[in-house]
Design a protein around this ligand. Structure first.
Ligand SMILES: Nc1ncnc2c1ncn2[C@@H]1O[C@H](COP(=O)(O)OP(=O)(O)O)[C@@H](O)[C@H]1O
Ligand SMILES: O=C(O)[C@@H](O)C(=O)COP(=O)(O)O
Length: 424
């Protein structure tokens, strides 16, 4: 099938988030982990193609080059409209990579304006007068202030974007969005006439996102969090560019038993880990112990568990414990030890016959997905806003895999995820 919307996401959890919101409309969404080696074939491409990259914190040149290659692949799949997905908390540095990638894609597409809308009201991310809020706190006063790689110390999206781009940055504020689709289009045209290429657009509620998506749906490039893309499939169906009866995925038959692999140390993931403990066999990984003794004890523990049981292996720990491990091992090595261990345990679990996998954390999800050798995912039902089940192949095994962003999901997320699979 010819691709209608080609999407590029800067990390793996972000990619399943976007794919899940597009799939809400019932259309089939295909998610590729990295740029496929082979050229797209019409018999295997979907109307919505998402390419997941891992370039949120890569050097700018690498991120730009990789996103350009992804754009070429999506163009070859037939796409004429594109979406650049980054984090709903605008995770970036003064150098990038949100702005430089957007500017490079605009140049390649020959377009002179795009919008930036990371708002995701269902997950508490809203933009007002160009300022991003996480629940009721300005971004710079939210926990994102202390993110290890991309600490967000300013809440104003114009100020955050300006040093990242060479073109002019502007704003369409909530009052303008509230005037509706035509007024928003006119405001964007006025800004274009004055040479404003990069336009932050306010949104505090889903209704704003519907207005923005409707006004911008024919732009060659839109950029944002996942939520502003959510209305696009229904708009394309209305426009007649997408068949309303697009093929829907069905769940594969899956053996009983599941494994939860948690490497996120976010407050929400720690609550989720605590909540499932009474109903799952669990094992805690400690990076200091991994550094000294390796992963064998955890592998032996996993092997001894009944296949049909729900098991959880987690490294999620309180900030003090994380800091202590990082002081001894270094930030990168502590993270790598945990990620490598969880990826190895995922493969062991699959080889034992496990077909239901939950990964918690962005980096963790990247490591687990890579370990399992997953190249392509079909998007299934959504467990929580921005977190869908996906169906994919790992080796010769069909599996269900969900990649949960550290901050997303309710406290009962793990139980919710497994219960949803039972209903399918
Ligand atoms: N106990 C721990 N000590 C130090 N680092 C840890 C610990 N547990 C997990 N980590 C690392 O912390 C990072 C968490 O990042 P990530 O998986 O992206 O979660 P999030 O989505 O919450 O940011 C990973 O690199 C993981 O390996
Ligand atoms: O937009 C979002 O918030 C998410 O889709 C996302 O990108 C999450 O990234 P991680 O927090 O690194 O999982």
């Amino acid at each position: 099938m010819k691709t209608i919307l080609g999407c590029i996401a800067d990390d793996f959890t972000g990619a399943t988030d976007l794919a899940g919101l597009l799939a809400r409309s019932g259309v089939k969404v295909s998610l590729r982990m990295g740029i496929p080696d082979e050229a797209p074939k019409p018999e295997t491409t979907a109307a919505f193609e998402v390419i997941a990259l891992k370039c949120r914190t890569s050097p700018v040149d690498e991120a730009v080059a990789e996103c350009r290659r992804a754009l070429e692949w999506l163009k070859a799949a037939g796409a004429e409209r594109f979406f650049w997905k980054y984090c709903s908390t605008f995770d970036s540095t003064d150098k990038g990579n949100i702005g430089p990638v957007a500017e490079a894609l605009m140049a390649d597409l020959g377009t002179d304006q795009t919008i930036y809308c990371p708002a995701f009201p269902e997950n508490g991310r809203s933009i007002f007068m160009g300022n991003l809020f996480v629940n009721e706190a300005p971004l710079a006063e939210s926990p994102m202030r202390n993110h290890p790689l991309t600490p967000m110390r300013d809440s104003n999206l114009m100020r955050l974007l300006e040093p990242q781009v060479s073109g002019a940055v502007g704003l369409v504020n909530r009052l303008a969005v509230d005037r509706g689709v035509d007024a928003l289009r006119m405001r964007l045209d006025e800004l274009k006439a004055t040479g404003t290429q990069h336009v932050i657009v306010d949104a505090v509620a889903n209704q704003d996102l519907y207005t923005i998506a409707e006004a911008c749906r024919d732009m060659p490039l839109m950029t944002g969090g996942s939520a502003v893309a959510m209305p696009l499939p229904d708009l394309y169906i209305k426009d007649g560019v997408l068949d309303a009866n697009a093929e829907r995925p069905s769940a594969p038959q899956l053996a009983k038993g599941a494994i939860i692999l948690a490497g996120s140390c976010s407050e929400m993931t720690r609550k989720q880990v605590a909540a499932i403990k009474s109903s799952a066999a669990s094992l805690r990984l400690d990076p200091l112990d991994l550094a000294e003794n390796g992963n064998e004890a955890a592998r032996a523990w996993l092997k001894a568990q009944p296949i049909e049981a729900v098991k959880m292996i987690y490294a999620s720990a309180e900030p003090e414990a994380v800091l202590a491990a990082q002081e001894k091992l270094g930030v990168a090595r502590a993270g790598e030890l945990v990620e490598a261990a969880l990826a190895e345990l995922a493969v062991d679990a699959r080889d034992m016959g496990t077909q239901r996998f939950v990964a918690a954390g962005g980096e963790t999800s990247g490591a687990v997905t890579k370990g399992l050798g997953v190249q392509r995912m079909t998007i299934g039902p959504e467990i929580a806003p921005g977190v869908p089940w996906t169906y994919c192949e790992s080796g010769d095994t069909e599996i269900a895999l969900t990649l949960k962003s550290g901050n997303f999901g309710a406290e009962t997320f793990f139980a919710d995820a497994l219960a949803l699979l039972e209903e399918l």
